[in-house]
Design a protein around this ligand. Structure first.
Ligand SMILES: [Zn+2]
Length: 231
């Protein structure tokens, strides 16, 4: 049996997953860390999460458990939760954010059974479904400008937009793609979506985040959906 297993995360490409099994000569060094950290910890500067192979080898441990661990660590990474999360124990508030985001990450990526497992763990930890805590997103949004979270959400959204017809949600990043519109090129975050009467489509209000000749960071613009694309 291999004593270490290193691979690119299938939940969050760009992050490396290193599973270190008890057979590894390095396990002795890590064992204490795992006792303090739980089943995994993140080495932010190395874009790597280290997972306890002792847990992975247990009979109860499934592929979904590994996905949940990856999602949780990736969530810490995206949210910019300090440098090396779990290395110095756990902060309940930060953990809840990572669990909430991890769950949403699995949902967005279409890992339904892993998301279900994450949701169950969430409920047993916090006594509520992740959906009941969607207000956590408000706090996370403060990091959106700086962190990789924004980039991630953007890329997921872009995939979604391309596979479906473009239909943004509140919180999505959009860009005005209509060259005939005087606000062409304006970028922003969707803050409201109105249904027009008689199935005439939808009007999107977005909070502008860049500057141009006819718009300024902070403006709110309203456009029909056909004039906007994912950013
Ligand atoms: Zn954590």
């Amino acid at each position: 049996m291999k004593s270490e297993f290193v691979f690119d995360s299938d939940i969050y490409p760009g992050l490396t997953v290193a599973i270190i099994y008890p057979e590894s000569e390095r396990y002795d060094i890590l064992e204490q860390q795992f006792e303090q950290s739980g089943h995994a910890f993140l080495l932010h500067d190395h874009n790597m999460m280290v997972v306890d192979g002792g847990a992975v080898g247990q009979s109860w441990f499934t592929e979904d458990h590994l996905k949940v661990i990856q999602a949780h660590e990736a969530a810490h990474y995206m949210a910019g939760h300090g440098k090396d999360v779990h290395l110095k124990g756990r902060d309940e508030k930060i953990e809840r954010e990572a669990d909430w985001l991890g769950y949403n990450l699995l949902m967005q990526k279409g890992h339904a059974s892993a998301a279900e497992l994450h949701s169950e763990e969430y409920e047993s930890r916090y006594g509520a479904q992740p959906e009941e805590h969607d207000n956590l997103m408000t706090h996370l949004k403060k990091h959106l400008n700086e962190s990789t979270l924004r980039k991630f959400i953007r890329s997921v959204m872009r995939e979604n937009f391309m596979s479906h017809s473009f239909e943004p949600l509140v919180g999505d990043a959009v860009v005005n793609t209509n060259p005939g519109c005087k606000h062409y090129g304006s970028e922003g975050i969707v803050i409201n979506i109105d249904d027009l009467s008689d199935d005439q489509g939808k009007v999107i209000s977005y909070h502008v985040t860049n500057n141009g000749d006819t718009f300024t960071n902070g403006d709110v613009l309203r456009k029909t959906m056909d004039q906007l694309g994912p950013r």
